[in-house]
Ligand binder design. Structure first.
Ligand code: SAM
Length: 206
């Protein structure tokens, strides 16, 4: 795995082994469907279709809360060999699975790190064209504000972020008031209603 893991641990962040609540199942805790269901997921959620309008050849992308890479490989194909994908997830097992898939598929433009999205200080300020945070914030029991701050820090002034919630409470951690507060910090370009639970955002002009 990577050496950044310890350096980027976030104070108080719940690690997979420390789970104290929501013990019903690992999948519920991770709020992520098992990777073995990916072929089924593809039938109703085509990863390329969602991201294609926002990602171009040669761009730098951060897939925050990437899981085992459902979107990461599609992103890597879209940015091509001149581009780069930072694939970030707190779950070491998911990152290991992604690294294995990337190696097997010959993807050399993916940097996968098992760290928190609340601290991605190894990604430079204003260096990312597109952030994908699909189902990330609703899965974070704590430090969501720091993750949002990191999205703002790493995005280029021309960059965009796709932010979505899988579920609201009690399955997810972000309620309507928090969703609205998060979006108030950005310029909302598409989506944005709590009912839809997704938005494409960019930075507010300074
Ligand atoms: C609903 S899943 C979405 C996975 C992926 N984006 C997708 O669309 O298939 C949420 C992911 O966020 C990860 N996660 C939860 N807290 C995190 C944190 N603090 N930093 C990075 N990833 C986190 C979980 O491990 C899980 O893989």
């Amino acid at each position: 795995m990577n050496t950044n893991q310890e350096k980027h641990k976030v104070e108080g962040e719940r690690q997979p082994k420390d789970q104290t609540k929501l013990r019903t199942s690992r999948w519920l805790w991770l709020r992520r469907s098992p990777a073995l269901l990916d072929p089924l997921r593809r039938l109703f959620e085509d990863p390329k279709r969602l991201i294609e309008p926002y990602v171009k050849d040669g761009q730098v992308v951060a897939d925050l809360g990437c899981g085992s890479g459902y979107y990461t490989l599609a992103l890597a194909e879209l940015v091509g060999s001149a581009g780069k994908i930072y694939a970030i997830d707190l779950d070491e097992k998911a990152i290991r699975a992604l690294a294995k898939k990337a190696e097997k598929g010959g993807y050399r433009n993916i940097e996968a790190q098992a760290v928190s999205a609340a601290n991605v200080s190894f990604i430079k300020d204003k260096s990312v064209d597109f952030v994908l945070a699909n189902g990330l914030l609703c899965s974070m029991a704590s430090n969501r504000q720091s993750a949002v701050k990191e999205i703002k820090r790493i995005l280029k002034s021309t960059g965009k972020a796709y932010i979505s919630l899988g579920f609201g409470p009690p399955l997810g951690f972000v309620d309507e008031a928090e969703w609205e507060t998060i979006l108030e910090g950005f310029r909302v370009e598409h989506g944005g209603s709590y009912k839809e639970k997704w938005a494409v955002v960019s930075l507010k002009k300074e």
